[in-house]
Ligand binder design. Sequence first.
Ligand code: CMP
Length: 140
Amino acid sequence: ALERTLSIVKPDAVAKNVIGEIYSRFEKAGLKIVAAKMKHLSRAEAEGFYAVHRERPFFNALVEFMSSGPVTIQALEGEDAIAKNRELMGATNPKEAAAGTIRADFADSIDANAVHGSDAAETAAQEIAYFFEPNEIFSR
Ligand code: CMP
């Protein structure tokens, strides 16, 4: 099905100057960037975005890292965009990520793991709405 998913290029990947390489992987896989912005998340914005993880032991480190520097936030659109993006990203822990995936190629640790991508249709819709107004999404 035609889907949209929310993608974040995290502070580690922005600092490594690989935004374009990551965008290029999305495009080569047939995913269209239909919304995009660069933003330095506040602690509160990072906490709100990751609210589902608030009881997890890694929550504080995650929020600290995600608000440590600028990120790019994009909505990707395409056939099976959610699963396709997750395939491109590879496993959450870069040590377990398959060769050739974004995390295998660019990530250093489970916290600094280069990218975020929505895990299901419902969270994709919520996450896109968290960062984008409807008139900031340019579907074709
Ligand atoms: P992300 O897809 O952005 O969603 C939550 C993030 O928490 C995840 O990527 C990781 O960067 C980070 N994280 C840190 N430790 C863990 C863990 N043990 N399990 C899952 N996610 C973790």
